[in-house]
Write a protein that binds this ligand. Structure first.
Ligand code: ADP
Length: 393
């Protein structure tokens, strides 16, 4: 091999290696080798579902065959044969079909088995319409590309497996954190209930009526907190397993959010809430569930952006209603934003505010059940804005 060929190959290697996306890497592979190996179609067939037939996972058409012939069906039969025989197959067009206008009938097919993680997983088939027969050198170059393609698919599989593993590990860490959070969350109200009821029951002390009322009020509030917590946990489990029931009817979203705000303001009289809404049509929705979303957002703003003004805006945008729910609190560092809607996730750091990390997960599940979208926009020092889009029909 001469120096020029070697350095050309080196360059191809580098270009492919740099591509993060496996499809883009395959594109680079086939395009860079075109000077030495010409084809009209390259298709990769893989058995992705474990024995249920071949899927076309990648197809590329180049040159003359770009239009009508750019069809993966061309190579499927050969792909099956390559897999059955576990070897390379070259099928040149027969003699007697050499009429120049009959290009489609003069298909040169070259198929290679793809071994991924040492297992036969599929085939790569090149098709060229017309032209001279493939030489031994061509077959070698194509075979090199097949090796490379298999390696790129193996890299794709490894990356996918690693991402899945990361997500499972994060989920396990969250579960661990959750156990400690939840035991703290359950213990605190229980501690109050136990402490105040024991005090009231003491034989040696006589409490005046106003103290008794004060203690009973605390017990009452703490019992409410406990049942809300348990309800949240059950709710998130139901939503996760898709067993939560939704009752849809026409809902006026602006009126619903204002009702929630009024209710919240009776418990938090100093709360500043500003509404800015277009005149909106009603949407199909479950009003109890949608109220729950706003209750969660208000409760979070009160907890994490205390003393901040809350601005709720609603706009009609084509076939959707777009709600923005913004506070001007401390905001959330951007690197935590991708995880905010995960079950049990809480932004790490010094914590004075109690919570379970279930609220936003529940919100997201409810909005998704309405075929809508919810996301967050925030940065440290710039407040937090939740955006919800709900379809009108
Ligand atoms: P919880 O409030 O029970 O921790 P959520 O799922 O409601 O759980 O919220 C997840 C996390 O998102 C919270 O722990 C908090 O760190 C962050 N967060 C939510 N809303 C806001 C907000 N308005 N401002 C700042 N941080 C917020």
């Amino acid at each position: 091999m001469d120096l020029a060929t070697l350095s050309a190959l080196h360059k191809v290697f580098q270009d492919i290696q740099r591509k993060q996306d496996w499809r883009a890497a395959l594109d680079t592979l086939f395009v860079s080798m075109r000077g030495s190996f010409v084809f009209d179609n390259a298709t990769i067939y893989l058995d992705e579902s474990g024995g249920q037939g071949l899927d076309v996972v990648y197809a590329r058409a180049t040159g003359r065959g770009k239009a009508a012939e750019a069809d993966a069906a061309w190579g499927e039969e050969l792909a099956n044969e390559v897999i059955a025989k576990e070897k390379m197959i070259l099928r040149e067009p027969g003699r007697g079909t050499r009429h120049p206008t009959d290009r489609i009938n003069r298909a040169h097919l070259l198929g290679f088995p793809l071994f991924i993680d040492s297992k036969l997983r599929g085939a790569l088939v090149f098709v060229r319409f017309g032209g001279p027969e493939y030489s031994g050198l061509h077959v070698h170059i194509a075979s090199l590309q097949a090796f490379w393609a298999a390696a790129l698919i193996e890299r794709r599989d490894l990356r996918e497996a690693r991402a899945e593993l990361d997500s499972v590990q994060r989920q396990m860490r969250l579960q661990d954190d959750f156990v400690s959070t939840i035991s703290h969350e359950l213990r605190t109200p229980l501690g109050f209930i136990k402490g105040y009821s024991t005090s009231l029951l003491r034989q040696d002390t006589i409490w005046d009526e106003s103290t008794q009322r004060e203690f009973l009020n605390i017990i009452d509030e703490e019992a409410d907190r406990l049942s809300a917590l348990i309800e949240n946990m059950l709710d998130s489990a139901r939503l996760q397993s898709n067993t939560a029931e939704f009752k849809f009817s026409p809902v006026r979203l602006d009126a619903l959010a204002r009702d929630v705000a009024t209710r919240i303001c009776t418990y938090h009289p100093g709360l500043k809430v500003e509404f800015d809404t277009d005149s909106l049509p009603s949407i199909p929705g479950d009003s109890t569930r949608l109220s729950q979303v706003f209750e969660n957002l208000f409760s979070n703003a009160i907890k994490y952006a205390p003393d901040s003004k809350i601005t709720v805006a609603m706009r009609l945008a084509a076939d959707k209603i777009r709600v923005t729910f913004a506070d001007d609190g401390d905001g959330i560092p951007e690197n935590y934003l991708p995880f905010l809607f995960e079950r049990f996730y809480r932004v790490p750091g010094e914590r004075t505010v109690t919570g379970t990390g279930l609220g936003l997960y529940i919100c997201q599940q409810i909005i998704m059940a309405h075929h809508g979208n919810i996301w967050v926009e925030s940065a440290l020092g710039r407040g937090t804005m939740f955006v919800i889009e709900l379809p009108i029909a």
